[in-house]
Design a protein around this ligand. Structure first.
Ligand code: ADP
Length: 387
């Protein structure tokens, strides 16, 4: 419990020039009360009729801003007073005041407050000056708030404009990527319809149509997958990344043989499980393996490996292919970024693989890193937190 300081010593701090008789009048109309730290004296928006003057201890004045955030407006100490605004205007409390430390106050109810205000000119003057100060600081608060909102609005507008641009670019990229295989397939179909192609030509024609239609199907599937991922978060389950990697190995073994690439997997035993969506993780790893095979030379080796370190579980895909120049590194994860030609080699692809991998890993709150040296190869590593 704090010692109660004699009100007559504190009152002149609040009301400079107050006469001893006015002090007497004030004390006669008030009562002294004590509060424990944390106690709320008055609450924002509550309708109460009490005036407070702090005799000892500290109090905090807070106000709710934007309906959410409680902002500390100021700290009050001995000789400070509050509560007069609501009494004079008959209005609800404009802020919440709570005891920061053990607090002793001198308090007046509405009747006592009115009596003292009528009989003491120095108290009335002090009230007027305090109220005008508070109005000024409230104005400042409102200006600060407006400034904050204006900058938030400008930021939101900027984000919308960027999203709109990205959406338009995305659409024109899709249209462009669809047009090429569609034109090729429809050209060959017309020739087939006219019966111009026979024998081997016919086989080449049908293969070309099939390949281009397949390209359209996989483009549409990739786009749908990306969109679906943005809209719905899959339910996470306990996943063994070694099983995911084995499934990807199975899917790519034929393609690796066709490309004369040696695809190997070295699983780490007793790999901790992770929390995730096995299908999305498989898709993410497929894109890495697909690239590793595609950008490897004939006879090259692609190594898949799993590992655990601390609470992290890693899957790495290493190739010894064309590598990635430093200047392209920042863009390889962008949607539709892809390199079609390197030296004399042409590469298929539409540039959505790494965008998918990145999005899946982000959704799993994991990490995707790449190290690469042109002409020497690349290693992509997905890192997830152990379950
Ligand atoms: P895509 O494979 O369809 O071209 P990705 O998004 O998977 O699209 O990859 C984007 C680009 O990143 C590739 O076109 C290529 O330039 C580069 N890249 C990705 N993986 C590798 C890799 N293992 N080796 C060399 N370059 C790569």
């Amino acid at each position: 419990m704090t010692t109660r300081r004699a009100p007559s010593k504190i009152i002149p701090r609040a009301f400079p020039g107050i006469k001893p008789s006015e002090i007497e009048e004030l004390i006669a109309n008030s009562q002294v009360r004590s509060y424990e730290p944390g106690a709320v004296l008055c609450r924002e928006n509550a309708v109460e009729d009490r005036f407070y003057m702090i005799l000892e201890g500290d109090a905090e004045v807070t106000k709710i801003i934007n309906n959410t955030e409680a902002r500390l407006l100021k700290t009050l100490g001995a000789g400070d007073f509050f509560g007069e605004m609501a009494l004079i205007h008959n209005a609800p409390r404009a802020a919440t005041v709570s005891a920061k430390s053990a607090l002793t106050t001198l308090e007046l109810d509405k009747k006592g407050f009115d009596r003292v205000l009528h009989s003491s000119s120095s108290i009335a003057m002090a009230m007027v000056s305090e109220i005008s100060n508070r109005l000024r600081s409230n104005d400042q608060l409102a200006v600060d708030d407006l400034r904050l909102r204006a900058s938030e609005l400008a930021e939101a507008y900027q984000k919308l404009a960027e999203q709109d641009l990205a959406r338009r670019e995305f659409l024109s990229n899709i249209a462009h990527e669809l047009r090429t295989p569609l034109m090729v397939a429809s050209g060959y179909l017309q020739m087939l319809q006219k019966g111009i192609m026979v024998g081997d030509q016919l086989t080449v024609g049908i293969d070309t149509v099939a390949r281009n239609v397949q390209q359209i199907v996989s483009l549409v599937n990739d786009i749908l997958f990306l969109q679906e991922m943005e809209l719905v978060l899959p339910e996470f389950q306990s996943v063994d990344l070694n099983e995911v990697a084995s499934a990807v190995m199975e899917k790519y073994k034929t393609k690796a043989v066709e490309r004369d690439v040696n695809l190997r997997f070295a699983p780490s035993l007793n790999l901790p499980r992770v929390s995730g969506d096995a299908k999305s993780l498989e898709r993410a790893l497929m894109a890495l393996v697909d690239n590793a095979i595609k950008f490897s030379p004939k006879g090259g080796v692609v190594n898949l490996g799993s590992n655990a370190l601390g609470d992290q579980v890693m899957i790495a895909v290493e190739d010894h292919g064309i590598g990635i120049p430093k200047e392209n590194m920042a863009r390889i994860f962008d949607r539709f970024y892809h390199v079609e030609k390197h030296e004399d080699n042409l590469f298929s692809g539409i540039g959505l693989g790494l965008a998918i991998t990145k999005q899946v890993i982000e959704q799993h709150q994991g990490n995707l890193t790449v190290t690469s040296a042109p002409g020497k190869g690349s290693t992509f590593t997905m890192t997830l937190k152990k379950k």
